[in-house]
Write a protein that binds this ligand. Structure first.
Ligand SMILES: Cc1cc2nc3c(=O)[nH]c(=O)nc-3n(C[C@H](O)[C@H](O)[C@H](O)COP(=O)(O)OP(=O)(O)OC[C@H]3O[C@@H](n4cnc5c(N)ncnc54)[C@H](O)[C@@H]3O)c2cc1C
Length: 380
């Protein structure tokens, strides 16, 4: 990042001058908020500041499931509050994102989702199967389908899985391409005259009489009418005490496997593991955070032998039984979790709104969160 001492007059004027709104974080929430804010306030000067060369939290690291909950996840989440409202926020968020960019830009495909249960998980499978009618009734007014879920155990053989005793299908789930999604958002932001400045780490947010001052690592400072902190898992770095707990997720992608045909998105182990086949036939597999919650409660990128061994075992024992496919990519990303399932969207300091904590379903929740953040920013 350029040192502030060497910024030209033109750079000060065009990029670091006073702004009506500064958005910190160019993930899905920050970028969707920027676009909705531009719609609401066409004349405002809005700038997005991103620490990484690319957005570097979760938005380009995720699995691209356009999901709103498998039955075993919903069973758990129902204990934490109003499940219908939770699913509605996810479903409407997905609709909002698709409407904002168009399905082509996201590579969105309504592939349907499956939840797998191994033979030794008969009790959980039976519990979930028994809830199919209940969840179908609960979700029908939200998703507009009478039968969101159905028992698809007879399809297990078709996929070639080993040791899978039951398979439940979610007819309304889809997949998308997170890279194309973020690229489309970045292009739309620049086209809407919202600069997205990468390599711009924010070090402090200070309250001022006119709103807030945003201090950058290069020594520059931007005077802002209001600030949106869309920094998700990293939120507590700028806003100490905010109830956001990081959770790292590890992912791998294999060599292309044209001999395998897995159309759909697949969930396993109560949503803690997930896989899908990519358009170039590679298999993407992620998860395993629950093997060691303490180790994965970190914002640091990294892979662990424990999680990678688990993922490889799942691949070779269940998904594509046989020798381990070559692994061509491995990475980690970090999510933000908290006590509630709903994202945190709140004025946490005078002039500073936070919109964070989309947990593991930010693809679905981000556009609604960005929209609500923009509404609050534009009204302030
Ligand atoms: C491995 C993995 C798999 C996932 N799979 C799915 C899935 O299939 N479906 C789904 O719905 N969700 C999934 N998620 C969750 C989803 O990706 C997130 O909920 C969502 O991307 C969160 O978006 P965000 O904008 O809130 O945060 P982020 O994308 O994390 O964006 C925050 C941004 O803020 C920037 N930042 C932080 N601090 C600063 C600072 N001081 N200065 C400047 N910039 C800063 C970061 O660099 C980052 O780019 C997954 C997440 C992971 C990690």
């Amino acid at each position: 990042m350029q040192n502030a001492a060497n910024l030209s007059y033109w750079e000060h004027q065009a990029f670091f001058g006073p702004a009506d709104a500064v958005i910190v974080g160019a993930g899905l929430v920050g970028l969707t908020a920027a676009l909705y804010l531009r719609q609401r306030r066409p004349a405002w000067r809005v700038v997005v500041l991103e620490r990484g060369a690319l957005p570097s939290g979760a938005s380009t690291k995720n699995a691209g499931f356009a999901c709103f909950g498998s039955i075993s996840e919903l069973l758990e989440q129902e204990k934490r509050g109003d499940l219908q409202a939770t699913v509605a926020a996810r479903w409407e968020g997905l609709a909002r994102l698709r409407a904002l960019l168009g399905d082509g830009a996201l590579a969105y495909e309504p592939v349907g989702g499956y939840e797998l249960f191994r033979r030794n998980e008969g009790a959980l499978a039976a519990e979930c199967r028994a809830k199919i009618d209940y969840f179908n009734r609960l979700l029908a007014p939200v998703v507009g389908h009478a039968r969101t879920f159905r028992d698809a155990s007879d399809e297990a053989g078709r996929f070639g899985f080993r040791g899978v005793g039951a398979l439940l299908k979610n007819e309304c789930e889809g997949s998308l391409d997170p890279g194309r999604l973020v690229r489309a958002l970045l292009a739309r932001a620049w086209a809407a005259d919202v600069p997205v400045l990468t390599g711009c780490a924010v070090t402090a947010l200070e309250t001022t009489a006119g709103g807030a001052r945003v201090r950058l690592a290069n020594g520059a400072a931007i005077e802002a009418g209001r600030v949106l902190a869309a920094t998700n898992a990293f939120a507590a770095e700028l806003l100490p005490g905010l109830a956001v707990v990081p959770g790292r997720g590890q992912v791998l992608v294999t060599e292309p496997r044209p001999d395998v045909a897995l159309r759909g998105t697949f969930h396993y182990d109560r949503g803690y593991a997930y896989f899908r086949q990519l358009p170039d036939h590679r298999l993407l597999l992620g998860g395993g955070r629950n093997l060691d919650f303490a180790a994965e409660e970190t914002t640091a990128p990294g892979l662990t032998g424990r999680v990678q061994t688990y993922l490889e075992g799942l691949l070779r024992e269940v998904i594509v039984p046989g020798p381990l496919p070559r692994i061509d990519y491995r990475w980690s990303g970090v999510m933000g979790f908290g006590p509630a399932l709903a994202p945190l969207i709140d004025w946490v300091r005078p002039g500073v709104l936070a919109a964070v904590r989309c947990n593991g379903m930010g693809v679905a929740l981000s556009a609604g969160t960005g929209w609500q953040a923009a509404e609050q920013l534009s009204g302030a």
